[in-house]
Design a binder for this molecule. Sequence first.
Ligand SMILES: [Zn+2]
Length: 294
Amino acid sequence: MRRYFGLLVVLAAVLGWARWARGAPPEIIDCHVHYKGNPAFLEKLAAKMDSVNGMAFVLTPPSEMAVVRAFIQKHPQRLIGFGEISLDDPHALEQVDRFQAAGFRGLGELTKSLKDLDDPSYWPIYERADKYGMILLFHTGVLLRENPNIPSSFSSARLRVTTLDLIARKYPKTIVIGAHLGNPDYAWAAELARWNPNLYFDVSGSTLQKKSDDYKFFKSVFWWSGVQGLAGPGPAPNAFEKLVFGSDINSDTLEGFDQERARYREMLKGCDVPSASQEAIFSGNLWRILQRKR
Ligand SMILES: [Zn+2]
């Protein structure tokens, strides 16, 4: 008996070590943090992620790649780099190569494109990302006007959530995240996520404020939980698991992080989403994606 007990102790130690070696998932992974070039923000962000046992995807313009890379190397458990390239930049492909070589795991937020997001002229960029196993984070839906007095050539119409369908189908091994759940095309966003296993959404932006009196609304778009054959073979997992957490905070403030987390929690509670599914939304989905070997 004693001998078996000893064996059990050894087994438990080995299992514990294996878990430690793999790295336990953080409690929260934020896929949507904009870096605007203020290094003090990176310090604040890393400290915040330490305090919440979190991890953040830092969306980094090409001009800031070196600074962010050096900072991430000091905080690899807390920060993951994404290259915020412009799809219309003639040097976009070269930038993808450089971001990948610098250890960045994805591209985004891809937004303000001069053509539809699924335009064939952008396919070489997506192909390159696919080759590298990089995640793609797209803006979807309505686009703000930062300065309404300055004429601009952008249009929300080119960022419609339906443009992600072709991208997700064409690059089935690439993980695609649509930011803002297609605001206001929520039903479209959810239906596309239902049939595209590689497509996820964050609900950052104004949506959770807009719907704060009616969180049950989201049950009408994420409706297929447990239904047989309606999201691929077999019974579908909880439909809300097509969501990931994104705060859309930027250099100006970190307060939005807690606020957005609280809103997510309230919405998921209002929709009776079980805790295992909430874990997937706040961390598990993205953790699994980050561990993938390509
Ligand atoms: Zn956006």
